[in-house]
Design a protein around this ligand. Structure first.
Ligand SMILES: [Ca+2]
Ligand SMILES: [Ca+2]
Length: 322
């Protein structure tokens, strides 16, 4: 069994699980994320450019457009990178990236915000078709009593206190998908980091340990160094990367991805990137913190879990270039 920390607040059981190398969920992380750590270690500060291909960075406009990333808003918290016509969908504007295999795909420029999530709840009346593995997910609303869901006053804060099925449903409604395998579908068992949408985008296809570079920078992103608590998305200009207009891939809230074990309704799913309460690497080793793009010690709680430090963002295939 996975180690479990639980607390009760307002009669609601809150579960947060710290990853250990135990159980099927841990195996998944070891395969999905741990291997990424190995890859990053090899390339960190060394010949990372060997893995790069032209057009990896949305800043270089792989679609030939000039507006992909130079939004000029400087991360003011509105989370609104200019829309990319190759990345349609509701919610956050998306950043266009390209895989090592030159597959173009899109990732939300920010964590999904409270305002964006509320739009989903309002539009659907809180009811949305779900796959069989989410049959037990009876509510799409953030868990009452967890976090501070107040979309009218905290609209630019990331939505939290949503479980994996809630995140999946939102992304589907938005015409996107919960970030998973490049090309679509879930990450099941082994996947190289460069095959995982979220991890590849964060690490610039395995060439960076952190979204902003190869080494940890204290204060760049919203983690325990700042002790600032949760913040509106895209608040920290130093936390932009690995593509222009891609924010908070490290810290603020950790993010569900479509990487679960095969446990059915009781499966565990991976959360990536760490949160405002994550401890930075004491030795500089990216494998010692969950704030890196491919952490050695990540989270993989049951899909039904939720927390005030846990949100998500969405991905999708890019439309063909015009
Ligand atoms: Ca739910
Ligand atoms: Ca984050």
């Amino acid at each position: 069994m996975l180690p479990l920390e639980s607390s009760t607040k307002d009669g609601v059981s809150k579960r947060r699980i710290r990853a250990r190398v135990l159980g099927p969920g841990a195996c998944l992380v070891a395969l999905v994320v741990g291997v990424g750590g190995c890859s990053l270690t090899k390339t960190d500060g060394l010949a990372g450019d060997a893995l790069r291909t032209d057009g990896l960075d949305a800043a270089h406009d792989p679609d030939g457009r000039s507006d992909t990333s130079d939004d000029g808003d400087g991360g003011t918290g509105d989370g609104n990178a200019p829309a990319n016509t190759r990345c349609p969908g509701k919610g956050a504007a998306m950043v266009l990236v390209e895989s090592v295999a030159k597959v173009a795909y899109c990732i939300d420029s920010t964590e999904v915000t409270q305002a964006q999530y509320q739009e989903f709840l309002d539009a659907t009346g809180g009811s949305y078709g779900q796959p069989a593995e989410c049959a037990n997910n009876l509510s799409l609303a953030p868990v009452n009593g967890c976090g501070q869901h107040a979309p009218t006053t905290r609209g630019q804060y990331p939505v939290t206190c949503v479980d994996w099925c809630d995140a999946r449903a939102y992304c589907d409604w938005a015409g996107k998908r919960l970030c998973g395998k490049i090309g679509g579908g879930p990450v099941i068992g082994y996947a190289a980091p460069n095959e995982v949408e979220w991890t590849a985008a964060c690490s610039k296809n395995g060439t960076r340990a952190f979204p902003y570079g190869t080494a940890y920078v204290a204060g760049a992103c919203n983690d325990k160094t700042l002790d600032a608590g949760i913040a509106p998305v895209a608040s920290f200009t130093g936390c932009e990367g690995a593509s222009t207009a891609l924010f908070d891939m490290s810290g603020n809230v950790r993010e569900w991805i479509n990487a679960c074990d095969d446990g059915g309704a009781n499966r565990s799913c991976v959360c990536v990137g760490g949160a405002f309460n994550s401890t930075p690497p004491a030795t500089g080793d990216p494998l010692t913190t969950d704030l890196s793009c491919a952490p050695g010690d990540s989270f993989h709680p049951p899909a039904s879990s939720w927390g005030d430090d846990l949100g998500f963002r969405c991905c999708r295939d890019a439309l063909d270039a015009p």
